[in-house]
Design a protein around this ligand. Structure first.
Ligand code: DP6
Length: 320
């Protein structure tokens, strides 16, 4: 009988960034991150046992190099030596474009394979396994706000998705399509070549601690500047890498400048960016709609998506 295991996860968007590894072999982070799991955007993954590994993402068969080390680790960890998997994953949002599809994709894949192995997809186990695919994938196993601390092997739940109902993220899609340099390659380049990498790592400890406190108070005025500090310091290591990593597009900078002037008019809208040109803006729910209108006026022609804190990983068997 065909047994299909399913899992669904939302992308994990970092307020405070993971950029650099304490151990590349173990995929543990050099900097701790604080992130929110998003609602509405999902990676849905279906997995079954097969004669050979085959992975499709959004209907396209993937090269297995990026996946084989992960699948091999899971075969060992889950006691599935010799097993192969047919995996089909679908994202309902742009893939590999800096909208954190690797976080939701690997979290869902780890969840589906855990279920397929006959194990309870208990969050701590799945978070630890998801890390072997992508560090950021440890986080969306949990809903709401999560922390993945430096040097650790799994994320922890910080506050659930109902903790801050007025919290929103506006995503401005500057460019669709895959990025030129993956986070994995980029962060290793920063570690090896940027003179700012060491201060980035050491200064991130206080930024994370302060941000956790500000989040616990739901205090935009303190949290906002820390969000900005984290991504701009991360980008300082990117710009100063050799060769440099320049993920920004003209519209990215135009949005950053527009937000600066909107804050001067009273918006609590604080942007972040990842390894791609998209700009993601954290803001209160009652400002989100007007913010999109203002940004669209100042930087026309972009697609905007709005998300709230969402649930963590779900897994289930094919009901048929
Ligand atoms: C900039 O988790 O994609 O989005 O562990 O090498 O797969 P690997 O990297 P990945 O890096 C995410 C980096 C980031 C910041 C963040 O999400 O914290």
């Amino acid at each position: 009988m065909r047994r299909l295991a399913y899992a669904e996860a939302g992308p994990s968007l970092a307020l405070i960034k993971y950029w650099g590894k304490a151990s590349a072999h173990n995929n543990t982070p050099a900097t701790g991150s604080l992130a929110v799991t998003l609602s509405g955007l999902t990676s849905r993954t279906q997995a079954e046992l097969a004669d050979a590994d085959c992975i499709t993402v959004n209907g396209q068969v993937q090269h297995l190099e990026r996946f084989t080390p992960f699948l091999d680790s899971l075969r060992t960890e889950l006691g599935l030596k010799g097993a192969c998997f047919a995996v089909d994953s679908t994202n309902n949002f742009p893939t590999s474009a800096g909208l954190a599809s690797s976080s939701s994709g690997f979290a869902a894949l780890a969840g589906a394979l855990t279920l397929l192995a006959g194990r309870e997809p208990e969050p701590r186990l799945v978070s630890r396994l998801a890390r072997l695919g992508s560090g950021s994938a440890t986080r969306p196993v949990y809903g709401g706000f999560t922390v993945f601390d430096a040097g650790t092997e799994e994320a922890v739940a910080e506050h659930d998705e109902n903790f801050w109902p007025e919290f929103r993220v506006v995503l401005a899609v500057v460019r669709e399509g895959a990025k030129a340099v993956s986070s994995r390659v980029g962060m290793e380049r920063s570690r090896l070549t940027s003179p700012y990498y060491a201060p980035w790592v050491s200064s991130s400890v206080a930024v994370l601690a302060d941000a956790r406190r500000a989040l616990a108070q739901r205090d935009w005025k303190v949290l906002g500047p820390l969000i900005r500090q984290s991504y701009l310091r991360m980008f300082s290591t990117m710009f100063s890498s050799d060769p440099p990593l320049i993920y920004w597009q003209p519209e990215s900078l135009a949005l950053i400048q527009a937000l600066e002037s909107l804050r001067a008019k009273g918006y609590q809208a604080w942007e972040t960016m990842d390894a791609g040109p998209q700009v993601k803006v954290f803001c209160p729910a009652d400002q989100a709609e007007a913010l999109v209108t203002e940004l669209d006026k100042r930087v026309p022609g972009l697609r905007f998506l709005t998300a709230a804190p969402g649930p963590g990983l779900r897994t289930w068997w094919d009901p048929s």
